[in-house]
Ligand binder design. Structure first.
Ligand SMILES: [Zn+2]
Length: 179
């Protein structure tokens, strides 16, 4: 988050009437999220059902793209949900730079070193039982995706799921791991 964004958010959060604006923004992202989710599903099917290698590769690149957008939309939705709560006085504002928290490597939450493939690291998914690793950590974006059906997101989303905590609790806890 840069200074302008911080100022904007501080201003929005100081005014309760902005809760509806945050709510509308959240709904917009939810619509996008649903669209991205549908596209991810569609391209996943195309990846496994295309006849030619070229078609599979094209489908795969679209699949990866929508997957990233889906993770981004989910990040925005959890942020806006939390900001709206702060706005309505239902949550305390946490004076932490969320973008800093997002740098905490996902690898830190995993019990094992995983298998590295360039910028990707494969693990057995910590969110469901499995024998073959289908959980991928994308190191360059510090995002994750479980190809076994658990979905994906950023490190905050994963921390929330792993520890069954709220967005606010997750950033509070994660911020303590930043030196
Ligand atoms: Zn999983």
């Amino acid at each position: 988050m840069n200074t302008l964004e911080r100022e904007f958010i501080a201003e929005v959060l100081a005014d309760k009437s902005n809760a509806s604006m945050l709510y509308r923004a959240k709904i917009n992202w939810e619509e996008k999220r649903d669209h991205y989710k549908a596209m991810v599903r569609e391209f996943a099917t195309l990846v496994s059902h295309s006849d030619t290698k070229v078609a599979r590769l094209i489908a795969k690149s679209f699949f990866e793209k929508y997957k990233k957008w889906l993770a981004m939309a989910e990040g925005h939705i959890s942020r806006l949900t939390w900001q709206r709560k702060v706005c309505l006085g239902r949550a305390k504002q946490v004076d932490i730079d969320v973008s800093e928290v997002k740098q905490v490597p996902i690898g830190q939450f995993m019990g094992s070193p995983g298998q590295s493939y360039g910028n990707r690291v494969k693990y057995k998914c910590p969110l469901h039982r499995e024998k073959t690793p289908s959980f991928v950590w994308y190191k360059d974006q510090n995002s994750w995706w479980c190809y076994g059906g658990c979905g994906g997101g950023d490190n905050i989303d994963l921390y929330m799921k792993l520890n069954n905590v709220s967005f606010k609790e997750a950033i509070e806890k994660l911020s303590t791991t930043i030196c």
